[in-house]
Design a protein around this ligand. Sequence first.
Ligand SMILES: CC(C)(COP(=O)(O)OP(=O)(O)OC[C@H]1O[C@@H](n2cnc3c(N)ncnc32)[C@H](O)[C@@H]1OP(=O)(O)O)[C@@H](O)C(=O)NCCC(=O)NCCS
Length: 161
Amino acid sequence: MLIREAVADDWRRIWPIWHRIVAAAETYAWDPDTSQEAARALWMGPAKRVYVAEDPGGAVVGSAYLTPNYGGPAAAVAGAGFMVDPDQGGRGIGRALAEHVLAAARAAGYRAMVFNAVVETNPAVKLWTSLGFRIIGTVPEAFEHPRHGRVGLHIMYKSLH
Ligand SMILES: CC(C)(COP(=O)(O)OP(=O)(O)OC[C@H]1O[C@@H](n2cnc3c(N)ncnc32)[C@H](O)[C@@H]1OP(=O)(O)O)[C@@H](O)C(=O)NCCC(=O)NCCS
C-alpha cells in the first residue's frame, strides 16, 4: 500500500468513501446529507494537507487530512481526520495512515495533535490510544448515534515532542 499526498483529482475517489461514512452518521459530527461540494471544502480546504492510501492496483482505499487545529498563537497544535473504505477496514490501513500523518505533523513542526470530537463508541478510540493519544475530556451526550443513542464526544490529545 502506498500513502501519498492527494492531488485535486483524487477527490472523486475519496468522495464515495467520505459519503458512505458520513451518511452512516456514526463517527463524524457532520451533516449526513452533506453535498459533494461542501464535503470537498471540509476535507480538502486550503488549510488542509491531504493524503490518500492506494492499494497496489491504484484504487484509493483511505484518506486523511492534517491541519492546524487552532489559529494564531495555538497554530502549532495539529488536528487530523481519517477515513478508510469500510470494505477495506481492519487491514491496517487506518493505522498506517495515522502513523504517516503523525510523522508528517512532527516534520512540519507541530507540537501536539488533538482530535476534537471522537465518538466514544467508535472502535477508533482503541487505535488512537494505542498510538499514544489520551482522552482529556468528554462532552457528555453530545452525539446522537443511530444505534447507541446519545453518546459522548471525546477530546483526544497526543504530544509530539
Ligand atoms: C477508524 C478507521 C480510520 C480505522 O481504519 P482501519 O483501516 O479499519 O483500521 P486498522 O485496520 O488500521 O485498525 C487499527 C486498530 O483499530 C482498531 N479498530 C479499527 N476498526 C475497528 C473495528 N471496526 N472494530 C474493532 N476494532 C477496530 C483495532 O484495535 C485495530 O487494532 P490492531 O491494529 O491492533 O489490529 C476506519 O475504521 C474508519 O474510517 N472509520 C470510519 C471513520 C472514523 O471513525 N474515523 C475516525 C474518526 S475519530
